[in-house]
Design a protein around this ligand. Structure first.
Ligand code: NAD
Length: 468
């Protein structure tokens, strides 16, 4: 039986009805009805790019009820074999392909959606092609290493009306959702958040190498636009394929500044360089973003990415007038808030917003007395968030994508292309600021793709050679 409901009333009740729904229609706008399938309907998936992240995403995907992986495309025979074997051991029999177009062509009737985890430079070509062939897409971040291609992804999603989720998985992580939507934005626990700090620090690591017997023949590599095996394996460090550590890692964390402050930056001033490894992309970047809030105040965020020291690992910190909050995708590295002196947060414990501190929260004294160190450490232990993520880190974001696929409703996505484009503008600009040794100033309109812009599939592939 088909039923028609108003979109607004439908969305309000979405959470409550997230169980099994009968098939019915909602009004997407005044004249266009969207068919909604049951939330446990089987969704068959093709994967493009089965490298480290492709494997993580498919491992999480197969845990979601009703999702079947049917096909995998990867230009590397070694990874195709890995995909076939691993997915078989997980109960999914997949066909494997070297070329994504062949996969889409042969599997057109067998796959309903595509997950893309190829290097950044291929995202736009792959995502736009899949969307134009009627497949909703989950595409890894950064949208692209070139803004012009990210723009095409936005336009392809608009033109087709299909879900395009970008892999900023913190957007669906219940701990981040609680910390940002409930603690910081909803209940203003920190007061005005004047500053933020985030870092991703990693130890020295050599270029990835693999045994020659699993190398891809050079003619195959070059057919797909890679100069050689070194560049193929270490694509992040080459401007043609990626944006270096700043884009690779910063994309996750700079997106959070947008979310917390609900606005875009007005400038970025970054310095960094290729100082340690003699590689193409910057091996360290320090960037300061200035965000102008809707209230017209300026807040600043400092972002740091290092590849020569793992000190502190990766986390994000939000510093408000009433207290601060530390988050990390690994909860043990950051999952607490702590008040500034004079703030009693017991009311937030009673409300269930925060847990009680494991150790008494001592206020930091205005003193350099080293004897106070233990008290300061207790303060840093802080008040834990009462929300855990008990699934693999990417799983809630994939679940959110499949909900939008099953309901044929891109509005349900937690990180659609329009939203991800905003942080892509800011992230890619940091490398420009480093190169020019100048502040990059943003105009508010830069963060939106113009409403009258038209998708041009050729631009999605940019200057890179088209696949054979
Ligand atoms: N969300 C996250 O937490 C997260 C973490 C790591 C990586 N990523 C993203 O995932 C993507 C992949 O990263 P990775 O670490 O898995 O890289 P990777 O090099 O391990 O894997 C990339 C895979 O893509 C394949 N490939 C390359 N070009 C292809 C093409 N034209 N067609 C089909 N297959 C192709 C390669 O053979 C390889 O198997 C990147 O965009 C990266 O930024 C996201």
């Amino acid at each position: 039986m088909n039923t028609t409901v108003n979109r607004r009333s439908f969305l309000k009740t979405t959470a409550a009805t997230a169980a099994i729904l009968p098939t019915f229609n909602i009004l997407a706008n005044d004249d266009k009805a969207i068919t909604i399938g049951p939330d446990d309907a089987q969704v068959n998936v093709g994967v493009i790019g089965y490298g480290a992240e492709g494997e993580i995403l498919t491992d999480a995907t197969v845990k979601i009820p009703g999702i079947r992986i049917k096909a995998v495309c990867d230009i590397w025979p070694y990874r195709r074999k890995m995909a076939k074997g691993r997915l078989k051991s997980l109960g999914h029999d997949v066909n494997v392909y070297e070329d994504y177009r062949e996969m889409l062509d042969k599997e057109d009737k067998n796959i309903d959606a595509v997950i893309i985890a190829t290097p950044d430079w291929m995202h736009a070509e792959h995502a736009c092609y899949c969307l134009r062939h009627g497949k909703p897409v989950y595409c890894e971040k950064e949208m692209s290493n070139q803004l012009v291609r990210a723009r095409e992804m936005v336009l392809a999603a608009r033109e087709t009306g299909l879900p395009l989720q970008i892999g900023h998985q913190r957007r669906s992580n219940p701990r981040y959702m609680h910390a940002i939507n409930n603690v910081m934005r909803g209940n203003n626990v920190l007061g005005r958040i004047t500053h933020a700090y985030a870092q991703w620090n990693r130890s020295v690591a050599p270029f990835i190498t693999v045994k020659p017997k699993i190398h891809i023949p050079i003619e195959t590599l070059q057919k797909y636009g890679y100069e050689n095996m070194e560049q193929f394996l270490n694509w992040r460090w080459f401007a043609k394929y990626g944006g270096g550590p700043m884009v690779d890692l910063g994309s996750h964390q700079i997106d959070l500044f947008f979310w917390v402050w609900d606005c875009a930056p007005v400038s970025v001033t970054a310095i960094g360089g290729n100082d340690y490894y003699n590689r193409q992309m910057n091996d360290n970047v320090m960037a300061i973003y200035e965000f102008k809030t809707k209230e017209g105040v300026i807040n600043r965020a400092f972002y740091q990415v290092l590849t020569t020291s793992s000190r502190g690992g990766f986390y994000e910190q939000f510093m408000g007038e009433n207290g601060y909050l530390t988050l990390s995708e690994i909860a043990a590295r950051g999952n607490t808030a702590a008040p500034e002196p004079g703030n009693d947060w017991n009311k937030f414990v009673k409300m269930g917003i925060l847990n009680e501190a494991k150790a008494p929260v001592a206020m930091q004294e205005r003193s350099s007395n080293v004897a106070l160190d233990s008290r300061v450490t207790k303060a840093a232990a802080g008040m834990p968030l009462p929300v855990d993520l008990l699934k693999p880190a990417h799983m809630p974001h994939l679940e959110n994508f499949f909900l939008a696929v099953r309901r044929k409703n891109p509005k349900l996505l937690n990180c659609d292309a329009e939203l991800a484009y905003e942080s892509a503008v800011a992230v890619l600009a940091a490398n420009r600021s480093v190169a020019s040794r100048q502040t990059v100033y943003f105009k508010p309109e830069e963060f939106k793709v113009p409403a009258d812009a038209k998708h041009d599939p050729a631009k999605a592939a940019g200057e890179q050679p088209k696949q054979a």
